[in-house]
Design a binder for this molecule. Structure first.
Ligand SMILES: NC(=O)c1ccc[n+]([C@@H]2O[C@H](COP(=O)([O-])OP(=O)(O)OC[C@H]3O[C@@H](n4cnc5c(N)ncnc54)[C@H](O)[C@@H]3O)[C@@H](O)[C@H]2O)c1
Ligand SMILES: CCCCC[C@H](O)/C=C/C=C\C/C=C\C/C=C\CCCC(=O)O
Length: 257
């Protein structure tokens, strides 16, 4: 899938991995709607991207992925402004074990909400032109992060949703591929001040340090390249792509006996 002229929507676009995804899409000729709850960071980023890539290439909208109404508005505005919607990066997420319901709401419930609303616009069965959805999961969606059981649960959920919805899309003829990217530790705001985000399990931060030593830390640019592969490679659907420093791997799952 060539990206020139394609239209993308990125949630959690103002910072970190979402910002790097946005830049990668723009560098390859796509137009991007940036969505984020952080209005100041989102507007500032849009202004600097407009200077670099041109006024007509980006749009920022304040949008909380917990709000169905705001997501619908953002998709309608994208289609009205750019003429369609081909790519969704379902990326917004938080880490806060002391707010477990909020974590489930943003990291899993909202990922499902945003994907379902996007499919209404993108599916060839409802007048869309097909495309691709990338859900940002985590390596914590593939194995346990003991200091973060709730975060781990949400990311396992995102991978299960991706695999099943990818298969559902293929079986139904939606024309939309659905993949998950599963980075290890990435240097972003989410990855800062970790002990304060672990609630009752803050005493387990030593285990995080052991995993960080074992797997290393990625930059956001190191996530953007494999992300680009998942967007453009038409053979990839229902995949979970693990990314750790100097290694990327499509994960295989055990079949049932
Ligand atoms: N940093 C890591 O180590 C790491 C590793 C694997 C996966 N991830 C995942 O990557 C994604 C992005 O995280 P990041 O590390 O770039 O974090 P980040 O904090 O740098 O960026 C997250 C962005 O999402 C936005 N956001 C938060 N809640 C939102 C909401 N309700 N609606 C809209 N926007 C919202 C924030 O304002 C922020 O701009 C998350 O899903 C995270 O779980 C992060
Ligand atoms: C505490 C920082 C939280 C960062 C969250 C982010 O999504 C990153 C997660 C990165 C890794 C999760 C780590 C481990 C879980 C997966 C597998 C464990 C395998 C153990 C082993 O092989 O030794």
């Amino acid at each position: 899938m060539a990206l020139n002229g394609k239209i993308a929507v990125v949630t959690g676009a103002a910072n970190g991995i979402g910002k790097a995804m946005t830049e990668k899409l723009l560098q390859n000729g796509a137009k991007v709607t940036l969505l984020d709850v952080n209005e100041t960071a989102g507007k500032n980023l849009m202004e600097s991207l407009q200077k670099e890539y041109g006024q007509e290439k980006t749009l920022f909208m304040k949008c909380d992925v917990e709000s169905e109404e705001q997501i619908k508005d953002a998709f309608h505005k994208t289609i009205e402004t750019f003429g369609g919607m081909d790519i969704l990066c379902n990326n917004a997420g938080i880490l806060d074990e002391s707010q477990w319901e909020k974590t489930v709401s943003i990291n899993l419930v909202a990922v499902i909400r945003v994907a379902n609303l996007a499919l209404e616009q993108m599916s060839k069965l409802s007048g869309g032109r097909g495309g691709v959805i990338i859900n940002t999961a985590s390596m914590a969606g593939l194995g346990p992060l003991p200091s973060c059981p709730v975060y781990t649960a949400t990311k396992h959920g995102v991978i299960g949703f991706t695999r099943a919805m990818g298969a559902a899309s293929a079986a139904s003829g939606y024309g939309v591929r659905i993949n998950a990217i599963c980075p290890g530790f990435v240097q972003t705001d989410l990855f800062s001040r970790i002990p304060s985000k672990l609630g009752k399990l803050s005493h387990l931060d030593d285990l995080n340090q052991q995993l960080i030593e074992k797997f290393g830390i990625l930059t956001v640019s190191e996530v953007a390249d494999p992300f680009f592969e998942l967007v453009t490679d038409e053979t990839k659907n229902g995949e979970a792509l693990l990314v750790v420093p100097s290694r990327k791997q499509y994960v295989t799952f055990p079949g049932l006996p």
